[in-house]
Write a new protein. Sequence first.
Length: 167
Amino acid sequence: MSGSHRKLLLSLSAAALLAALTFTTAGPALAAPAHSVKATEVSARSAAAKTVLPARLRAFYWARTQYGKPYIWGGTGPGGYDCSGLVMMAYRHVGINLPRTTYQMLSSWHLVRVSVPQKGDLAFYGSGHVELYAHGNLTFGAHAPGQIIGWIAFGPWWHPTAYYRIR
């Protein structure tokens, strides 16, 4: 799938999400299906969705647009990322400036440790690797050299050691 098609699908997804979140006291507001919405309406709904969704979700959804790009050690985009580079840029995209490395992130005032993570929270593996928590046993991130940015399932031998939420 090309980048422009991926962006269009993500825009439509945001519009559909906003439509699903729009309710009146009489029940769900009537809205056209996402596939029949005009481009200007999608832009307006996407802008409105940004004010509805928490920053951690907006950062997570932006990171997902980087799916398939290569892991590049020290990379901060746009051609590829390393683990902390992807997390830093995802949050920068929503107006939050995180430090560049995992070590700097862990020692910054931006993080609050949580025991029950939510989508978009930071999942640290020891002190040297970070990804974005998705759900269940899945994270999303730049995992390792030679791999593409994407979904990572964790288990008994590879799992986050701590979760943090951005203040």
